[in-house]
Design a binder for this molecule. Structure first.
Ligand code: ADP
Length: 478
Protein backbone atom coordinates (compact mmCIF):
# COMPACT_ATOMS: atom_id res chain seq x y z
CA UNK A 1 0.00 0.00 0.00
CA UNK A 2 1.46 3.40 -0.95
CA UNK A 3 1.75 5.90 1.86
CA UNK A 4 -0.03 9.24 1.43
CA UNK A 5 2.42 11.95 2.36
CA UNK A 6 2.49 15.29 4.12
CA UNK A 7 2.80 18.44 2.02
CA UNK A 8 5.51 20.84 3.16
CA UNK A 9 7.13 23.72 1.24
CA UNK A 10 5.59 22.53 -2.02
CA UNK A 11 6.88 18.92 -1.67
CA UNK A 12 5.18 15.68 -0.72
CA UNK A 13 7.27 14.30 2.10
CA UNK A 14 7.23 11.13 4.14
CA UNK A 15 6.28 11.39 7.78
CA UNK A 16 7.93 9.96 10.85
CA UNK A 17 5.29 7.28 11.19
CA UNK A 18 2.08 6.15 9.51
CA UNK A 19 -1.53 5.54 10.41
CA UNK A 20 -4.21 3.37 8.85
CA UNK A 21 -7.43 5.02 7.79
CA UNK A 22 -10.21 2.54 8.62
CA UNK A 23 -13.75 2.50 7.22
CA UNK A 24 -16.11 2.69 10.24
CA UNK A 25 -18.78 0.75 8.31
CA UNK A 26 -16.39 -2.12 7.59
CA UNK A 27 -13.27 -2.38 9.70
CA UNK A 28 -11.68 -4.82 7.23
CA UNK A 29 -11.60 -1.99 4.67
CA UNK A 30 -8.38 0.01 5.05
CA UNK A 31 -8.70 3.11 2.88
CA UNK A 32 -5.00 3.93 2.82
CA UNK A 33 -1.96 4.49 4.97
CA UNK A 34 -1.14 8.11 5.83
CA UNK A 35 2.06 9.76 6.99
CA UNK A 36 2.16 11.15 10.50
CA UNK A 37 4.42 14.02 11.45
CA UNK A 38 6.39 14.73 14.61
CA UNK A 39 7.18 18.08 16.20
CA UNK A 40 10.28 18.62 14.00
CA UNK A 41 8.35 18.11 10.79
CA UNK A 42 5.60 20.40 12.05
CA UNK A 43 8.23 23.06 12.71
CA UNK A 44 9.55 22.63 9.17
CA UNK A 45 6.03 23.32 7.85
CA UNK A 46 5.75 26.41 10.04
CA UNK A 47 9.13 27.63 8.75
CA UNK A 48 7.98 27.07 5.16
CA UNK A 49 4.81 29.06 5.80
CA UNK A 50 6.79 31.85 7.47
CA UNK A 51 9.17 31.99 4.53
CA UNK A 52 6.34 32.21 1.99
CA UNK A 53 4.39 34.86 3.86
CA UNK A 54 6.11 38.09 2.72
CA UNK A 55 5.50 37.51 -0.98
CA UNK A 56 2.13 35.76 -0.61
CA UNK A 57 0.67 38.49 1.57
CA UNK A 58 1.59 41.03 -1.12
CA UNK A 59 0.64 38.83 -4.08
CA UNK A 60 -2.57 40.68 -4.84
CA UNK A 61 -6.21 39.79 -4.80
CA UNK A 62 -6.49 38.87 -8.50
CA UNK A 63 -4.01 36.02 -8.19
CA UNK A 64 -5.51 34.76 -4.96
CA UNK A 65 -9.05 35.01 -6.28
CA UNK A 66 -8.10 32.93 -9.32
CA UNK A 67 -6.37 30.29 -7.21
CA UNK A 68 -9.41 29.88 -4.99
CA UNK A 69 -11.68 29.68 -8.00
CA UNK A 70 -9.56 26.87 -9.48
CA UNK A 71 -9.58 24.97 -6.19
CA UNK A 72 -13.37 25.34 -5.93
CA UNK A 73 -13.79 24.19 -9.52
CA UNK A 74 -11.63 21.08 -9.05
CA UNK A 75 -13.52 20.13 -5.87
CA UNK A 76 -16.87 20.46 -7.64
CA UNK A 77 -15.68 18.46 -10.65
CA UNK A 78 -14.61 15.60 -8.33
CA UNK A 79 -17.64 15.77 -6.06
CA UNK A 80 -18.66 12.14 -6.55
CA UNK A 81 -15.24 10.59 -5.90
CA UNK A 82 -14.48 12.90 -2.99
CA UNK A 83 -17.93 12.18 -1.55
CA UNK A 84 -17.31 8.44 -1.73
CA UNK A 85 -13.96 8.82 0.01
CA UNK A 86 -15.52 11.01 2.71
CA UNK A 87 -18.42 8.61 3.33
CA UNK A 88 -15.98 5.72 3.48
CA UNK A 89 -13.66 7.28 6.04
CA UNK A 90 -16.16 9.22 8.18
CA UNK A 91 -19.35 7.22 7.80
CA UNK A 92 -22.01 9.77 6.85
CA UNK A 93 -24.39 8.71 4.08
CA UNK A 94 -23.22 9.20 0.50
CA UNK A 95 -25.73 11.97 -0.32
CA UNK A 96 -24.68 13.83 2.84
CA UNK A 97 -21.01 13.32 1.96
CA UNK A 98 -21.44 14.55 -1.61
CA UNK A 99 -23.41 17.50 -0.26
CA UNK A 100 -20.55 18.33 2.08
CA UNK A 101 -18.01 18.20 -0.74
CA UNK A 102 -20.22 20.47 -2.84
CA UNK A 103 -20.31 22.90 0.01
CA UNK A 104 -16.50 22.88 0.27
CA UNK A 105 -16.31 23.74 -3.43
CA UNK A 106 -18.82 26.57 -3.00
CA UNK A 107 -16.86 27.96 -0.07
CA UNK A 108 -13.71 28.30 -2.20
CA UNK A 109 -15.78 29.89 -4.97
CA UNK A 110 -17.37 32.26 -2.46
CA UNK A 111 -14.03 33.46 -1.07
CA UNK A 112 -12.70 33.80 -4.61
CA UNK A 113 -15.31 36.55 -4.99
CA UNK A 114 -15.29 37.77 -1.40
CA UNK A 115 -11.60 38.70 -1.47
CA UNK A 116 -12.40 41.18 -4.25
CA UNK A 117 -14.83 42.92 -1.90
CA UNK A 118 -12.21 43.81 0.70
CA UNK A 119 -12.66 47.48 1.50
CA UNK A 120 -10.94 50.05 3.64
CA UNK A 121 -12.09 53.40 4.93
CA UNK A 122 -10.75 56.91 4.54
CA UNK A 123 -11.75 59.43 7.13
CA UNK A 124 -10.83 63.03 7.77
CA UNK A 125 -8.57 63.33 10.77
CA UNK A 126 -9.70 65.33 13.76
CA UNK A 127 -6.45 67.22 13.21
CA UNK A 128 -6.68 69.64 10.25
CA UNK A 129 -4.65 68.66 7.19
CA UNK A 130 -4.39 65.00 8.12
CA UNK A 131 -6.20 62.07 6.57
CA UNK A 132 -6.79 58.74 8.34
CA UNK A 133 -7.19 55.45 6.49
CA UNK A 134 -8.21 52.09 7.88
CA UNK A 135 -7.16 48.99 5.92
CA UNK A 136 -6.88 45.29 6.53
CA UNK A 137 -3.76 43.16 6.08
CA UNK A 138 -3.11 39.43 6.32
CA UNK A 139 -2.61 38.14 9.85
CA UNK A 140 0.40 35.93 9.08
CA UNK A 141 0.90 32.19 9.51
CA UNK A 142 -2.29 30.42 10.58
CA UNK A 143 -2.49 27.01 12.22
CA UNK A 144 -5.73 25.23 11.35
CA UNK A 145 -6.83 22.34 13.56
CA UNK A 146 -9.96 20.52 12.47
CA UNK A 147 -12.24 17.73 13.73
CA UNK A 148 -13.39 14.52 12.04
CA UNK A 149 -17.12 15.19 11.64
CA UNK A 150 -16.90 17.46 8.56
CA UNK A 151 -13.63 16.25 7.00
CA UNK A 152 -13.72 18.60 4.00
CA UNK A 153 -16.20 21.42 4.73
CA UNK A 154 -14.58 22.61 7.97
CA UNK A 155 -11.05 22.60 6.47
CA UNK A 156 -12.48 24.47 3.47
CA UNK A 157 -14.11 27.16 5.56
CA UNK A 158 -10.84 27.82 7.32
CA UNK A 159 -8.36 27.36 4.43
CA UNK A 160 -10.32 29.43 1.89
CA UNK A 161 -10.51 32.70 3.88
CA UNK A 162 -6.99 32.20 5.25
CA UNK A 163 -5.53 32.03 1.73
CA UNK A 164 -7.92 34.64 0.32
CA UNK A 165 -6.70 37.35 2.68
CA UNK A 166 -3.02 36.55 2.10
CA UNK A 167 -2.15 34.28 5.00
CA UNK A 168 -0.01 31.16 4.87
CA UNK A 169 -1.47 27.96 6.28
CA UNK A 170 -0.34 24.93 8.24
CA UNK A 171 -3.30 22.57 8.24
CA UNK A 172 -3.62 19.72 10.75
CA UNK A 173 -6.66 17.51 10.11
CA UNK A 174 -8.16 15.09 12.63
CA UNK A 175 -6.42 11.72 12.87
CA UNK A 176 -9.55 9.76 11.91
CA UNK A 177 -10.06 11.48 8.54
CA UNK A 178 -6.75 12.12 6.78
CA UNK A 179 -8.20 10.98 3.43
CA UNK A 180 -10.39 14.00 2.66
CA UNK A 181 -7.71 16.34 3.98
CA UNK A 182 -5.06 14.75 1.77
CA UNK A 183 -7.34 14.84 -1.28
CA UNK A 184 -8.05 18.51 -0.62
CA UNK A 185 -4.33 19.22 -0.29
CA UNK A 186 -3.72 17.47 -3.62
CA UNK A 187 -6.26 19.76 -5.25
CA UNK A 188 -4.76 22.87 -3.67
CA UNK A 189 -1.31 21.82 -4.90
CA UNK A 190 -2.64 20.99 -8.36
CA UNK A 191 -4.36 24.38 -8.56
CA UNK A 192 -0.93 25.98 -8.28
CA UNK A 193 -0.52 27.26 -4.74
CA UNK A 194 3.03 28.63 -4.36
CA UNK A 195 5.44 26.54 -2.26
CA UNK A 196 5.08 27.10 1.48
CA UNK A 197 1.79 29.00 1.28
CA UNK A 198 -0.22 25.90 2.15
CA UNK A 199 1.13 22.95 4.14
CA UNK A 200 -0.56 19.73 5.23
CA UNK A 201 0.69 18.06 8.39
CA UNK A 202 -1.10 14.90 9.45
CA UNK A 203 -0.56 13.39 12.87
CA UNK A 204 -1.67 13.31 16.49
CA UNK A 205 -3.19 16.38 18.10
CA UNK A 206 -1.01 16.28 21.19
CA UNK A 207 2.13 16.37 19.01
CA UNK A 208 1.37 18.20 15.77
CA UNK A 209 -1.49 20.33 17.14
CA UNK A 210 0.38 21.17 20.30
CA UNK A 211 3.49 22.24 18.36
CA UNK A 212 1.39 24.51 16.16
CA UNK A 213 -0.35 26.11 19.11
CA UNK A 214 2.87 26.80 20.99
CA UNK A 215 5.15 27.99 18.18
CA UNK A 216 5.77 31.74 18.30
CA UNK A 217 5.92 31.89 14.48
CA UNK A 218 2.22 30.97 14.24
CA UNK A 219 0.17 34.17 14.46
CA UNK A 220 -3.30 32.66 14.68
CA UNK A 221 -4.99 29.36 15.53
CA UNK A 222 -8.41 28.45 14.21
CA UNK A 223 -9.73 25.35 15.96
CA UNK A 224 -12.88 23.27 15.75
CA UNK A 225 -13.21 20.33 18.12
CA UNK A 226 -14.02 19.37 21.67
CA UNK A 227 -14.48 21.74 24.59
CA UNK A 228 -11.55 20.39 26.60
CA UNK A 229 -9.03 20.62 23.77
CA UNK A 230 -10.40 24.05 22.84
CA UNK A 231 -9.93 25.34 26.38
CA UNK A 232 -6.31 24.16 26.47
CA UNK A 233 -5.58 25.63 23.07
CA UNK A 234 -7.09 28.99 24.06
CA UNK A 235 -5.03 29.12 27.25
CA UNK A 236 -1.80 28.33 25.37
CA UNK A 237 -2.51 30.72 22.49
CA UNK A 238 -3.55 33.60 24.72
CA UNK A 239 -0.52 32.92 26.91
CA UNK A 240 1.76 33.83 24.02
CA UNK A 241 -0.69 36.44 22.66
CA UNK A 242 -1.60 34.65 19.45
CA UNK A 243 -5.01 35.26 17.90
CA UNK A 244 -7.38 32.36 18.50
CA UNK A 245 -10.78 31.29 17.29
CA UNK A 246 -12.61 28.24 18.68
CA UNK A 247 -15.72 26.34 17.64
CA UNK A 248 -16.63 23.63 20.13
CA UNK A 249 -19.65 21.77 21.34
CA UNK A 250 -23.36 22.28 21.49
CA UNK A 251 -26.35 20.98 23.42
CA UNK A 252 -28.78 22.49 20.99
CA UNK A 253 -32.47 22.73 21.84
CA UNK A 254 -35.32 22.25 19.39
CA UNK A 255 -38.51 23.68 20.87
CA UNK A 256 -41.78 22.23 19.58
CA UNK A 257 -44.86 24.26 20.51
CA UNK A 258 -48.48 23.11 20.64
CA UNK A 259 -49.31 24.99 17.43
CA UNK A 260 -46.47 23.40 15.41
CA UNK A 261 -47.17 21.60 12.17
CA UNK A 262 -46.55 18.02 13.34
CA UNK A 263 -44.80 16.84 10.16
CA UNK A 264 -42.46 19.85 10.20
CA UNK A 265 -41.67 19.22 13.86
CA UNK A 266 -40.87 15.55 13.27
CA UNK A 267 -38.74 16.23 10.18
CA UNK A 268 -36.79 18.97 11.98
CA UNK A 269 -36.20 16.69 14.97
CA UNK A 270 -35.25 13.60 12.94
CA UNK A 271 -32.90 15.52 10.67
CA UNK A 272 -31.42 17.64 13.46
CA UNK A 273 -30.94 14.84 15.96
CA UNK A 274 -30.06 11.80 13.87
CA UNK A 275 -28.78 12.66 10.41
CA UNK A 276 -25.01 12.47 10.04
CA UNK A 277 -25.36 9.97 12.91
CA UNK A 278 -25.91 12.90 15.29
CA UNK A 279 -22.25 13.81 14.87
CA UNK A 280 -22.76 17.51 14.32
CA UNK A 281 -22.04 20.31 16.76
CA UNK A 282 -25.37 21.81 15.64
CA UNK A 283 -27.34 18.59 16.32
CA UNK A 284 -30.69 18.94 18.14
CA UNK A 285 -29.95 16.80 21.17
CA UNK A 286 -32.63 18.32 23.42
CA UNK A 287 -36.20 18.21 22.12
CA UNK A 288 -38.28 20.55 24.29
CA UNK A 289 -41.94 19.86 23.67
CA UNK A 290 -45.00 21.59 25.13
CA UNK A 291 -47.73 19.52 26.74
CA UNK A 292 -50.49 19.89 24.15
CA UNK A 293 -48.47 18.25 21.36
CA UNK A 294 -46.15 16.08 23.46
CA UNK A 295 -47.80 12.66 23.11
CA UNK A 296 -48.67 13.09 19.42
CA UNK A 297 -45.09 14.22 18.73
CA UNK A 298 -43.55 11.20 20.49
CA UNK A 299 -45.84 8.78 18.66
CA UNK A 300 -45.00 10.36 15.29
CA UNK A 301 -41.28 10.37 16.11
CA UNK A 302 -41.30 6.65 16.91
CA UNK A 303 -43.18 5.90 13.67
CA UNK A 304 -40.66 7.95 11.71
CA UNK A 305 -37.65 6.41 13.48
CA UNK A 306 -38.89 2.95 12.43
CA UNK A 307 -38.52 4.01 8.77
CA UNK A 308 -34.84 5.00 9.11
CA UNK A 309 -32.29 2.58 7.79
CA UNK A 310 -28.95 2.33 9.57
CA UNK A 311 -26.34 0.85 7.26
CA UNK A 312 -23.38 1.18 4.98
CA UNK A 313 -23.13 4.84 3.92
CA UNK A 314 -22.40 3.84 0.34
CA UNK A 315 -25.63 1.79 0.00
CA UNK A 316 -28.53 3.60 -1.60
CA UNK A 317 -31.32 3.83 0.94
CA UNK A 318 -29.09 4.21 4.00
CA UNK A 319 -30.21 7.15 6.13
CA UNK A 320 -27.78 6.80 9.00
CA UNK A 321 -24.22 5.53 8.70
CA UNK A 322 -21.99 4.17 11.45
CA UNK A 323 -20.55 6.02 14.42
CA UNK A 324 -17.05 7.23 13.57
CA UNK A 325 -15.07 4.77 15.70
CA UNK A 326 -15.18 2.27 18.56
CA UNK A 327 -14.30 4.86 21.21
CA UNK A 328 -17.14 7.19 20.17
CA UNK A 329 -19.59 4.28 19.97
CA UNK A 330 -18.65 3.13 23.46
CA UNK A 331 -19.17 6.67 24.73
CA UNK A 332 -22.61 6.85 23.08
CA UNK A 333 -23.64 3.51 24.61
CA UNK A 334 -22.41 4.69 27.99
CA UNK A 335 -24.59 7.80 27.75
CA UNK A 336 -27.60 5.60 26.93
CA UNK A 337 -26.93 3.68 30.17
CA UNK A 338 -26.40 6.86 32.17
CA UNK A 339 -29.69 8.31 30.89
CA UNK A 340 -31.55 5.12 31.85
CA UNK A 341 -29.98 5.09 35.30
CA UNK A 342 -30.94 8.71 35.85
CA UNK A 343 -34.58 7.91 35.08
CA UNK A 344 -34.92 8.67 31.37
CA UNK A 345 -37.37 6.44 29.52
CA UNK A 346 -35.82 4.93 26.39
CA UNK A 347 -38.69 4.59 23.88
CA UNK A 348 -36.63 3.77 20.81
CA UNK A 349 -33.30 2.19 19.85
CA UNK A 350 -30.02 2.99 21.52
CA UNK A 351 -28.26 -0.37 21.10
CA UNK A 352 -25.32 -1.48 18.99
CA UNK A 353 -26.27 -3.10 15.68
CA UNK A 354 -24.53 -6.04 14.06
CA UNK A 355 -24.82 -5.77 10.27
CA UNK A 356 -23.21 -7.83 7.50
CA UNK A 357 -19.94 -5.96 7.86
CA UNK A 358 -18.07 -5.38 11.06
CA UNK A 359 -18.69 -1.69 11.83
CA UNK A 360 -19.65 0.77 14.55
CA UNK A 361 -23.40 0.83 13.96
CA UNK A 362 -25.87 2.14 16.51
CA UNK A 363 -29.63 2.42 16.44
CA UNK A 364 -30.79 6.01 16.93
CA UNK A 365 -31.96 6.51 20.52
CA UNK A 366 -34.92 8.53 21.77
CA UNK A 367 -35.47 9.22 25.47
CA UNK A 368 -38.59 10.76 26.98
CA UNK A 369 -39.46 11.99 30.47
CA UNK A 370 -36.01 13.50 30.90
CA UNK A 371 -35.29 16.47 33.12
CA UNK A 372 -32.90 19.38 32.58
CA UNK A 373 -30.41 18.35 35.26
CA UNK A 374 -29.78 14.88 33.80
CA UNK A 375 -26.36 14.45 32.22
CA UNK A 376 -28.01 13.53 28.93
CA UNK A 377 -29.35 17.10 28.84
CA UNK A 378 -26.17 18.83 29.99
CA UNK A 379 -23.28 17.08 28.21
CA UNK A 380 -22.71 16.75 24.51
CA UNK A 381 -23.00 13.11 23.44
CA UNK A 382 -22.07 13.61 19.77
CA UNK A 383 -24.02 10.60 18.61
CA UNK A 384 -27.53 9.59 17.49
CA UNK A 385 -29.06 10.15 20.91
CA UNK A 386 -31.84 12.67 21.63
CA UNK A 387 -33.92 13.35 24.70
CA UNK A 388 -37.34 14.92 25.13
CA UNK A 389 -38.03 17.39 27.92
CA UNK A 390 -41.67 18.26 28.56
CA UNK A 391 -42.46 21.99 28.88
CA UNK A 392 -45.59 23.60 30.34
CA UNK A 393 -45.80 26.43 27.81
CA UNK A 394 -43.66 28.67 25.58
CA UNK A 395 -42.14 30.65 28.45
CA UNK A 396 -41.08 27.43 30.19
CA UNK A 397 -39.73 26.01 26.90
CA UNK A 398 -37.60 29.12 26.32
CA UNK A 399 -36.23 28.90 29.85
CA UNK A 400 -35.32 25.23 29.32
CA UNK A 401 -33.77 25.99 25.93
CA UNK A 402 -31.44 28.55 27.48
CA UNK A 403 -30.61 26.38 30.49
CA UNK A 404 -27.27 25.13 29.14
CA UNK A 405 -23.60 26.01 29.17
CA UNK A 406 -23.63 25.95 25.38
CA UNK A 407 -25.08 28.36 22.84
CA UNK A 408 -24.44 27.32 19.26
CA UNK A 409 -27.79 26.72 17.57
CA UNK A 410 -31.40 26.84 18.83
CA UNK A 411 -34.55 25.93 16.93
CA UNK A 412 -38.29 26.38 17.30
CA UNK A 413 -41.18 24.81 15.44
CA UNK A 414 -44.32 26.94 15.64
CA UNK A 415 -46.86 28.61 13.42
CA UNK A 416 -47.00 31.63 15.70
CA UNK A 417 -45.21 34.72 14.46
CA UNK A 418 -45.31 36.08 17.99
CA UNK A 419 -43.43 33.15 19.52
CA UNK A 420 -41.05 32.77 16.58
CA UNK A 421 -40.11 36.46 16.81
CA UNK A 422 -39.71 36.31 20.58
CA UNK A 423 -37.56 33.16 20.32
CA UNK A 424 -35.29 34.69 17.68
CA UNK A 425 -34.67 37.59 20.04
CA UNK A 426 -34.33 35.68 23.31
CA UNK A 427 -32.67 32.35 22.45
CA UNK A 428 -29.13 32.54 23.82
CA UNK A 429 -27.46 31.06 20.76
CA UNK A 430 -25.32 32.22 17.88
CA UNK A 431 -27.76 30.77 15.34
CA UNK A 432 -31.56 30.48 15.57
CA UNK A 433 -33.72 28.33 13.32
CA UNK A 434 -37.46 28.75 12.85
CA UNK A 435 -39.25 25.73 11.34
CA UNK A 436 -35.94 24.33 10.04
CA UNK A 437 -33.52 21.87 11.70
CA UNK A 438 -30.88 23.25 14.09
CA UNK A 439 -28.22 21.76 11.81
CA UNK A 440 -27.71 22.83 8.22
CA UNK A 441 -26.35 26.31 7.57
CA UNK A 442 -25.40 28.50 4.62
CA UNK A 443 -21.78 29.30 3.86
CA UNK A 444 -22.14 33.02 3.11
CA UNK A 445 -23.37 34.13 6.54
CA UNK A 446 -21.60 33.89 9.91
CA UNK A 447 -21.35 30.58 11.74
CA UNK A 448 -20.70 30.46 15.46
CA UNK A 449 -22.11 30.45 18.93
CA UNK A 450 -22.12 31.95 22.39
CA UNK A 451 -21.28 30.82 25.90
CA UNK A 452 -19.25 27.57 25.99
CA UNK A 453 -19.73 26.83 22.28
CA UNK A 454 -17.43 29.37 20.67
CA UNK A 455 -14.67 31.83 21.39
CA UNK A 456 -13.29 34.61 19.23
CA UNK A 457 -14.42 35.94 15.88
CA UNK A 458 -17.16 34.29 13.80
CA UNK A 459 -16.34 32.01 10.88
CA UNK A 460 -17.69 32.08 7.30
CA UNK A 461 -19.15 34.72 5.04
CA UNK A 462 -17.70 38.21 5.09
CA UNK A 463 -17.32 37.92 8.89
CA UNK A 464 -14.40 35.54 8.35
CA UNK A 465 -12.20 38.56 7.66
CA UNK A 466 -12.32 39.50 11.35
CA UNK A 467 -10.10 36.57 12.23
CA UNK A 468 -7.96 36.28 9.11
CA UNK A 469 -6.96 39.94 8.84
CA UNK A 470 -5.49 42.56 11.09
CA UNK A 471 -6.48 46.23 10.94
CA UNK A 472 -4.08 49.06 10.13
CA UNK A 473 -4.82 52.72 10.74
CA UNK A 474 -2.57 55.09 8.76
CA UNK A 475 -2.28 58.89 8.96
CA UNK A 476 -1.11 61.04 6.07
CA UNK A 477 -0.32 64.72 6.18
CA UNK A 478 -1.71 65.99 2.91
P1 ADP B 1 -12.60 14.80 19.33
O1 ADP B 1 -12.64 14.30 20.74
O2 ADP B 1 -13.91 15.04 18.74
O3 ADP B 1 -11.64 14.06 18.45
P2 ADP B 1 -10.59 16.84 19.75
O4 ADP B 1 -10.81 18.19 20.33
O5 ADP B 1 -9.80 15.87 20.53
O6 ADP B 1 -12.04 16.29 19.43
O7 ADP B 1 -9.95 16.94 18.31
C1 ADP B 1 -10.14 18.03 17.43
C2 ADP B 1 -8.80 18.34 16.76
O8 ADP B 1 -7.90 18.82 17.77
C3 ADP B 1 -8.13 17.15 16.12
O9 ADP B 1 -7.49 17.56 14.93
C4 ADP B 1 -7.13 16.73 17.17
O10 ADP B 1 -6.03 16.04 16.62
C5 ADP B 1 -6.70 18.07 17.72
N1 ADP B 1 -6.09 18.01 19.05
C6 ADP B 1 -6.28 17.08 20.00
N2 ADP B 1 -5.52 17.34 21.09
C7 ADP B 1 -4.82 18.46 20.82
C8 ADP B 1 -3.87 19.25 21.53
N3 ADP B 1 -3.48 18.93 22.76
N4 ADP B 1 -3.36 20.35 20.94
C9 ADP B 1 -3.75 20.70 19.70
N5 ADP B 1 -4.64 20.00 18.97
C10 ADP B 1 -5.18 18.90 19.50
Amino acid sequence: MTIKKNYIAGEWVEGCGTSHNINPADTSDVIAEYATADAEQTKAAIAAARGAFPSWSLSGIQLRSELLDRIGQLILERKQALGELLAREEGKSLPEAIGEVGRAGQIFKYFSGEVLQLRGEIQPSVRPGLEASVTREALGVIGLITPWNFPIAIPAWKIAPALAYGNCVVFKPAELVPGSAHALAEIIAEAGVPAGVFNLIMGPGRVVGDTLVNDARVDGISFTGSVNTGRNIAAAAVGRMAKVQLEMGGKNPLVVLDDADLDTAVECAINGAFFSTGQRCTASSRLIVTEGIHDRFIEAMIDRLKTLKVGNPLDAGTHIGPVVDERQLRQNLEYVEIAKTEGGNLVFGGGRLQLETDGFFQQPALFINTTPEMRINREEVFGPVASVIRARDYAHALELANDTEFGLSAGIVTQSLKYATHFKRHAQAGMVMVNVPTAGVDYHVPFGGRKGSSYGAREQGSYAREFYTTVKTAYTLA
